[in-house]
Design a protein around this ligand. Structure first.
Ligand code: F6P
Length: 547
């Protein structure tokens, strides 16, 4: 069954939230803390290795109750059942959305068109395990009999960002294989990656759900040509494998059917790292770590499915985000992981969040009359503190920010970690507290500054704070906690899509650019520019004249 079709702004709770917003908008978070000394113990969720403190938000109990009511009124419970059950909730593509099945236990039953998909999933998992073990152990060798030293993942979007992010995040757990990623159709990307590679010891994993994506096919062809400069066509079978739903196109490319890891149309590209799309992850860190990643995600799935909404991390984070996006008109959200290992988490989530919820038509096919998809951006702390934090602290825009930190470091250097974490805590406190006039006066006095100079500086140095943050404090960055963290944000996306009454699992907007690029490519090749707007025409002619 499809998801319900309810306009959120017509619900009674939405109207009550609007009235409540009028009460809350000028109350500072600092004042909320002063009025309620128990605030942190009320507004947090402890689950497994996660502690999520959301007390530094512009909310009180009434806000939370209203947001939870909105979730009820929008029938979120029913939507969650349909999501996990494999109902065709991706209605515009007539598909189920079942990345959660990819991490379900072997005894689970998930039906798609009346067929349990779990046995198939486990057959592919077994193939991933066997293949990874053979490559890592060196039992499976290249065309000159040497073991593999390098792996190149060729894919883009969901066929690149997920594996690239996780391989980077789990670097600490990595084996000897060097794993590279080629995604951009810009020839400089592929050239830079292959220039130091030895074809005799490099394995290529072509990842494309559709196997029609221009970037991936072009890069694969370039790499195949480069490979064949030293090897014979029959050696392709030893060095090229593919992950795809399109078996016909993969075999037409020259890859043996036995070297194809299948995936399914009920797995969206941006949620696919749990499938064979994660093959590069399994190669980089070994199958057991890959499996733990899946286990962590499954634990988060259970938490999301079973916990009451007020203790449910994805639900609460999604509701807070809606509070700022739809009532405070916040334009974006930042996500700041305090570990260098998660430097690719934000770009990865940009696809998940913005490709899913960047929609302006509701489930009724009507233009929405409220803001949808949040803009997400960020970089690891502490680097980001020295780059863009000034704007979060003192700029004119409201930017709710998620801080993600870990209690124990992986490298064991406690001195570094304590410094890192002191920054982590200091930033959310500074964002909450700001700086008072008295503090600035004290600082000036300590410096022996003349009073007229201190008075001049005060307006620039005094600031209100009052910037909302969520703190996610996790025990340690392990494959399992990473899996849970990724799944958390996947479910946040789902909740927001349900509450905004949009379809989160298609991406028609991206398709238009792809179609236009193909026709412009024909024009560039034939040097015959067709009909365009005057700007595109002008630019194309300039390009053709000067190329
Ligand atoms: O950018 C659009 C998109 O369809 C993504 O959703 C997808 O992850 C990416 O292109 C790559 O697609 P494919 O895996 O089919 O090559």
């Amino acid at each position: 069954m499809a998801l319900q079709n309810i306009n959120p702004i017509n619900t009674t709770t939405w109207k009550r939230l609007e009235a409540h917003y009028a009460d809350m908008k000028d109350r500072s978070i600092k004042e909320l803390f002063q009025n309620d000394l128990d605030r942190a113990s009320k507004f947090h969720i402890a689950w497994n290795d996660f502690l999520v403190d959301y007390s530094k938000n512009k909310i009180n109990q009434e806000t939370l109750d209203l947001l939870l009511n909105l979730a009820e009124e929008m029938q979120l419970k029913d939507a969650i059942v349909k999501y996990f059950r494999g109902d065709l909730i991706n209605k515009t593509e007539n598909r189920a959305v079942l990345h959660t099945a990819l991490r379900a236990p072997e005894e689970a039953v998930v039906l798609v068109d009346g067929v349990n998909v779990i046995p198939e999933i486990y057959t592919v998992k077994k193939a991933i395990e066997t293949f990874s073990n053979e490559i890592i152990s060196g039992n499976r060798k290249g065309y000159t009999g040497k073991p593999f030293t390098d792996v190149v993942n060729i894919g883009i979007g969901g066929s690149d960002l997920g594996p690239a992010m996780v391989v980077e995040a789990l670097q600490f757990y990595k084996n000897h294989l060097n794993v590279h990623f080629v995604s951009n159709v810009d020839g400089d990307h592929v050239s830079e990656v292959i220039k130091n590679l030895n074809p005799e010891t490099t394995l290529f994993v072509i990842v494309s759900k559709t196997f029609t994506t221009q970037e991936t096919l072009t890069n694969s062809e370039t790499i195949r040509t480069w490979f064949l400069q030293s090897a014979q066509p029959e050696d392709i079978a030893k060095h090229f494998v593919a992950v795809s739903t399109n078996i016909e196109k993969v075999t037409a490319f020259g890859i043996d059917e036995s070297n194809i890891f299948p995936m399914w149309d009920w797995v969206g590209g941006r949620f696919s790292l749990w499938s064979a799309v994660g093959l590069s992850i399994s190669l980089a860190v070994g199958f057991d770590h890959f499996d733990h990643l899946l286990k962590g995600a499954h634990q988060m799935d259970n938490h999301f499915k079973e916990e009451p909404f007020e203790k449910n991390i994805p639900v609460v984070l999604a509701l807070l985000s809606i509070w700022y996006n739809n009532f405070f008109n916040a334009e974006s959200e930042a996500l700041i992981p305090y570990t260098q290992y998660l430097q690719k988490l934000t770009p990865y989530l940009q696809q998940g969040i913005m490709e899913s919820n960047g929609k302006s038509v509701d489930r009724d096919g009507k233009p929405v009359q409220y803001q949808t998809g949040t803009i997400i951006w960020g970089e690891p702390g502490t680097n980001s503190q020295h780059a863009f934090f000034q704007l979060i602290h003192q700029g004119t825009k409201l930017i709710p920010t998620d801080f993600i930190g870990f209690i124990s470091p992986l490298h064991g250097n406690q001195e570094h970690h304590d410094k890192l974490m002191s920054n982590f805590f200091a930033q959310t406190e500074a964002l909450l507290q700001g700086k008072s006039e008295n503090q600035v006066q004290d600082e000036c006095d300590k410096l022996g500054m003349a009073q007229n100079q201190a008075d001049f500086l005060k307006p620039f140095k005094v600031f209100a704070g009052d910037k909302p943050t969520n703190t996610l404090l996790i025990k340690k960055l392990t494959p399992q906690s990473l899996g849970a963290l990724i799944a958390l944000y996947e479910h946040k996306i789902f909740v927001q899509g349900v509450l905004w009454n949009i379809f989160s699992y298609d991406q028609w907007g991206v398709e238009l650019g792809k179609q236009l690029a193909n026709s412009i490519l024909d024009e560039i090749r034939s040097k015959q520019v067709k009909k365009h707007d005057s700007s595109t025409l002008f630019l194309l002619e300039h390009f053709l004249k000067n190329k």
